[in-house]
Design a protein around this ligand. Structure first.
Ligand code: DC
Length: 227
């Protein structure tokens, strides 16, 4: 239940893979009565679409034209591309392996800027890699959520086992480290804390503790915005 709905705030949560951004952002958005925007899902939808159209990340000259034919919609936690529900497809190991390469490309990032900004008219909690640095630089509250790589890999490992999937911890840890390096060192919109952000290290914090910090900060801001 929303104990008290604050005035429409724009809250950004950036950070590396496995820091708990999506879970925290979703719960905080529910508590604050704000829409939730999972931008990782949007990048995954684009990666799925480009793969489906057999466009490799190296074929940058084709990407602009192919992306004019994409329409992404997000509703109630489901993601559709041109009317087809791809919520499950965008979480496959295949998309996992290619999404970083596609999301490093300028035509991809440019194509998604408008779509992301349009979602903010009623305020939102948005999670991703460049929410506070590039997409919503004037956000009311910017969070950089991180955790040790080992802890993040452990969380991914447990999630896979809980879903009844096979998992290899060493492989996941290698993958987490590789993706961090790639996302932090890409030329466009690299992953880094935004100016004026609050840095939260969730290594020894529960989801609830992290969410509580963000919700309290947002409520304080909401009160100040009213006055
Ligand atoms: O958060 P995630 O694992 O679902 O994100 C998938 C990929 O998309 C990740 O490799 C980084 C990229 N991404 C991005 O470049 N910018 C964002 N705002 C969100 C995700």
């Amino acid at each position: 239940m929303n104990e008290k709905t604050v005035r429409p705030l724009v809250i950004t949560i950036d950070g590396p893979a496995g820091a708990g951004k999506s879970t925290v952002a979703r719960i905080a958005s529910e508590k604050l009565g704000l829409p939730y925007l999972d931008t990782g899902a949007i990048y995954r939808a684009v990666a799925w679409f480009l793969k489906d159209r057999s466009v490799a990340p190296e074929e940058t000259n084709k990407i602009d034209a192919v992306l004019t034919g994409i329409s992404i919609s997000l509703s109630g936690g489901r993601v559709s591309v041109n009317g087809r529900d791809v919520t499950a497809e965008i979480r496959t190991p295949d998309v996992d392996a290619s999404v970083s390469s596609y999301s490093a490309l300028k035509p991809v990032r440019d194509a998604l800027m408008g779509l992301q900004r349009e979602q903010a008219s009623n305020g939102l909690v948005a999670d991703g890699r460049d929410m506070g640095t590039v997409v919503f630089p004037d956000a009311d509250l910017k969070i950089f959520l991180t955790a040790d790589a080992e802890e993040r890999a452990k969380r991914r490992y447990r999630e896979r086992l809980d879903r009844g999937e096979k998992a290899n911890f060493e492989e996941i840890l290698r993958y987490v480290n590789e993706r961090d390096l790639y996302d932090m060192n890409r030329e466009i919109a690299p992953l880094r804390p935004a100016a004026g952000c609050v840095i939260l290290d969730s290594t020894r914090m529960t989801i609830e503790e992290v969410t509580d910090v963000i919700v309290s900060l947002a409520r304080e801001l909401g009160e100040n915005k009213k006055n």
